[in-house]
Write a protein that binds this ligand. Structure first.
Ligand code: NDP
Length: 487
């Protein structure tokens, strides 16, 4: 763990073995902290914020350090990507993309923090000069999941640090390795003591302590909706600022007039990229009924050909699920789909055979003949499981698309741009795409409607989420008020 500018072991000396999900072999042993370690990290961050140089350092100086870090991430690129694949399982080509994106996230916020912030405003009193300044919030606890370990660390640390906060990052206990490497680079870059701490340990202890502590001013969380609810509840004690990026059950809508080759590939990319362990996964495919008979057999044939295996193999197109437990959970959903009467179009089972038995591999799975109330249609499975729903009209598609508690993302495929825009505007979701799925930019806000979260990350919105807003009123003509007769 990296706390107060030093590498430390857990207070209780506990450690945890880290597994490679492709074969469940131990690849590292790391410190495993709890509430005591969280307390130590919180106090270090508190002291750094209240007494240290970071919050008041000129933005240009903070930006220099962030740019230095970005260059170091790029320089460590190949090694970082391989480490991510070995720890998380995702194919190497995806991990390489994440590393480049993480470096650019630090660059983006280094640039943004040096741009104009705040405003002057006219008030109806000529004696008052009024302005708004933006300030860091303080100590920020940042809890991230296992599906994008390095990228989620960047999404949290880059805006948090750029704004001048002192941060405590808690990675998922299963995937701390690229975060550890990132903090080696942070230490190397020369950030002031206490600007950023790395806290390792389980969510219910170390993570909950960050959410609950009265010394923490903000908690930023990415993960499942059920855990997000717990974080929000724990954060209520001192009315922390809370930002939550939670789950989804996002619709990918294919109209009959779509470019069907394009729609087919993106239907697959939408759900099978990252093994479906992606918050914005297009896990529901809504197809106009008139093309279903033509589209679905092609989809099944293409899904059966997806190369599943160890992400380190260059030919691999889809890797293993994160843990044995998570694989069991995903297989449980597949069973539930079958029991509720949906039909397996392809996949629907654990994969076995040489190179697969020891890992957590599930076949790319597509369900048809679903009903809107089924678990596989309503709940976030977070695995390679696609539920197909059929629709007849534009209104029908919109109604089905919005018919879950989530509202993270959504895609539409049509050659009729006006229709596409009409539908996107009706989606109750924060991230939408026309004739594409998944492109994500550091420049654009990321977050959800409904139970998919609160607040936005990335873009200018992502920086706002790490700043307080203060109004300053200056009396240019100080004269006695004359309110009280005897003063
Ligand atoms: P969680 O949402 O529980 O984990 C995300 C992060 O929160 C991890 O760092 C975890 O720590 C931490 N955490 C767990 N419990 C608490 C708590 N009480 N207080 C504070 N922090 C906590 O995801 P899971 O790994 O349990 O996955 C469960 C389901 O959540 C998945 O099946 C999937 O549906 C969904 N999920 C959604 C994600 C998204 O981006 N939308 C990302 C990950 C999961 P640790 O893991 O160390 O215990």
């Amino acid at each position: 763990m990296f706390i107060g500018g030093e590498w430390v072991v857990a207070v209780d000396g506990a450690t945890r073995e880290i597994l490679n999900p492709a074969n469940n072999q131990v690849i590292a042993t790391v410190a495993d902290g709890n509430e005591k370690d969280a307390d130590r990290a919180i106090r270090a961050a508190r002291q750094a914020f209240d007494e240290g140089p970071w919050p008041s350092m000129p933005a240009a100086e903070r930006a220099k350090l962030l740019l230095k870090l970005a260059d170091k991430i790029d320089a460590a690129g190949g090694g970082l990507a391989a480490l991510e694949t070995r720890n998380n399982g995702k194919p190497l080509r995806e991990a390489k993309f994440d590393v480049a994106d993480a470096a650019n996230c630090f660059r983006y916020y280094a640039g943004l923090i040096t741009k104009p912030l705040g405003q002057n405003y006219e008030v109806p009193d000529p004696a008052i000069s009024a302005m708004v300044v933006r300030e860091p919030i303080g100590v920020c606890g940042q809890i991230i999941p296992w599906n994008y370990p390095l990228l989620m660390a960047a999404w949290k640390l880059a805006p948090g640090l750029a704004a001048g906060n002192c941060c405590i990052l808690k990675p998922a206990e299963t995937t701390p390795l690229t975060a550890i490497k990132l903090f080696e680079l942070i230490a190397d870059a020369g950030f002031p003591t206490g600007a950023a701490q790395l806290l390792l340990g389980p969510g219910p202890t170390a993570g909950n302590a960050l959410a609950a502590s009265p010394l923490v001013d903000k908690v930023a969380f990415t993960g499942g909706t059920a855990t997000g609810r717990k974080v929000m509840t724990a954060a209520a004690g001192n009315i922390k600022k809370v930002s939550l990026e939670l789950g989804g059950k996002s619709p990918n809508i294919v109209f009959a007039d779509a470019d069907r080759d394009l729609a087919l590939e993106y239907a697959m990319f939408g759900i099978f990229a990252g093994q479906g362990e992606v918050c914005s996964a297009g896990s529901r495919l809504l197809i106009e009924r008139s093309i279903a008979d033509q589209f679905l057999p092609r989809l099944a044939a293409a899904c059966d050909k997806i190369v599943v295996g160890d992400g380190m193999n260059e030919k691999t197109e889809m890797g293993p699920l994160i843990t044995r437990d998570h694989m069991r959970k995903v297989l449980g959903y597949i069973d539930a789909g079958k029991q509720e009467g949906a039909e397996v179009l392809c996949g629907g089972r654990r994969l076995s055979g040489p190179g697969l038995d020891a890992g957590n591999f599930v076949a790319p799975t597509v369900f048809v003949k679903t009903k809107p109330a089924m678990k596989i249609v309503q709940e976030e499975i977070f695995g390679p499981v696609l539920a197909v729903q059929l629709f007849d009209t534009e209104q029908d598609a919109i109604r089905l698309a919005n018919d879950t508690v989530y509202g993270l993302a959504g895609g539409v495929f049509t050659r009729d741009t006006a229709k596409g825009l009409r539908v996107l505007k009706k989606l109750r979701a924060g991230i939408t795409w026309l004739n594409t799925y998944h492109p994500t930019f550091n420049e654009a806000p990321w977050g959800g409607y409904k139970q998919s979260g609160i607040g936005r990350e990335l873009g200018t919105f992502g920086l706002e989420a790490y700043m307080e807003t203060k109004q300053i009123n200056i009396n240019l003509a100080p004269t006695k008020l004359g309110w009280f007769a005897n003063v």
